[in-house]
Design a protein around this ligand. Structure first.
Ligand SMILES: [Fe+2]
Ligand SMILES: [Fe+2]
Length: 267
């Protein structure tokens, strides 16, 4: 069994500082093999915010990898956004904005879906898509992580990422099993299964791990336990204004048939 923790949308600079310690304690207590960060590590991409985010990451016991989110690129400083949009992120978090990590039979491939021109919407292009498809490994559970969702449920008021439908179709064909995304600050797992699609890609949409925006109402992260073709997803939630994470509910999925299905809760 390989355990991966997925945290996204930390928004350092507009974060719940009192929850930072409990979040670190819970993630470390879960002892994941890898921690995956889905972007928006800062709120405004400022140096002090990146420093706080880097300090948080340095306290994780497990190896970690991250991709940037739109909030990690300058919004108001147009000169910086056009000239060197990822400079601060690269300096503080990771020079590589599209890292690839492997933990046992699980491979996680980062995609930098930020776009200096389409700041809110983001984009994935053909080269990025091809890189992920070529990096997927036979016999592995292949995971792509990117900040912007590749599909939207009804009612989402944000524009879907540029290039998402073509990239998703390519992922379906290339053996990408799971897509981890953030950005919306709304949780869902397996929301698109059973709607007539091929169901070869499982979408896991993380809520915000630490953002202090009151309308988010809670902070959370996900723990993914991969065991062969089976996946158990634990959702660790701290409702606002609590500064503690509750007992995690779990969802189970299996791709033993080649298509993902949600399994009944046996807890
Ligand atoms: Fe965010
Ligand atoms: Fe975002």
């Amino acid at each position: 069994m390989i355990r991966v923790a997925f945290l996204t949308d930390l928004h350092f600079g507009f974060h719940r500082a009192a929850l930072e310690g409990p979040l670190l304690a819970r993630v470390n207590a879960c002892a994941p093999s890898l921690v995956v960060i889905g972007g928006d590590v800062t709120h405004r991409g400022r140096p002090a915010q990146f420093a706080a985010a880097a300090a948080f990451l340095s306290r994780l016991d497990a190896p970690w990898m991250a991709v940037p989110g739109n909030h990690d690129l300058p919004l108001f400083d147009l000169v910086q956004r056009l000239a060197a949009p990822r400079a601060a992120y690269r300096a503080a978090i990771s020079a590589d904005t599209q890292p690839v990590r492997r933990a046992g039979a699980v491979r996680v491939m980062g995609v930098d879906s930020t776009d200096r021109l389409a700041w809110q919407r983001g984009a994935i292009d053909a080269a990025q898509t091809a890189r992920v498809c070529a990096t997927a490994g036979a016999g592995l559970t292949n995971i792509a992580v990117l900040h912007h969702p590749m599909r939207h449920r009804p009612g989402v008021d944000k524009a879907l990422m540029r290039g998402a439908p073509a990239a998703l179709a390519a992922f379906e064909g290339a053996g990408i099993h799971v897509v981890l995304t953030g950005h919306l600050h709304v949780w869902s797992a397996g929301a698109f299964l059973g709607q007539g699609g091929p169901d070869r890609v499982l979408h896991i949409q993380g809520g915000t791990a630490l953002c202090g925006r009151p309308s988010d109402r809670q902070n959370e992260f996900a723990l993914l336990d991969f065991d062969g073709a089976d996946l158990t997803v634990q959702r660790h939630v701290a409702p606002m204004p609590d500064v503690a994470f509750g007992s995690p509910p779990a969802q189970r999925f299996s791709r033993a048939s080649g298509r993902w299905v949600a399994l009944p809760d046996t807890a």
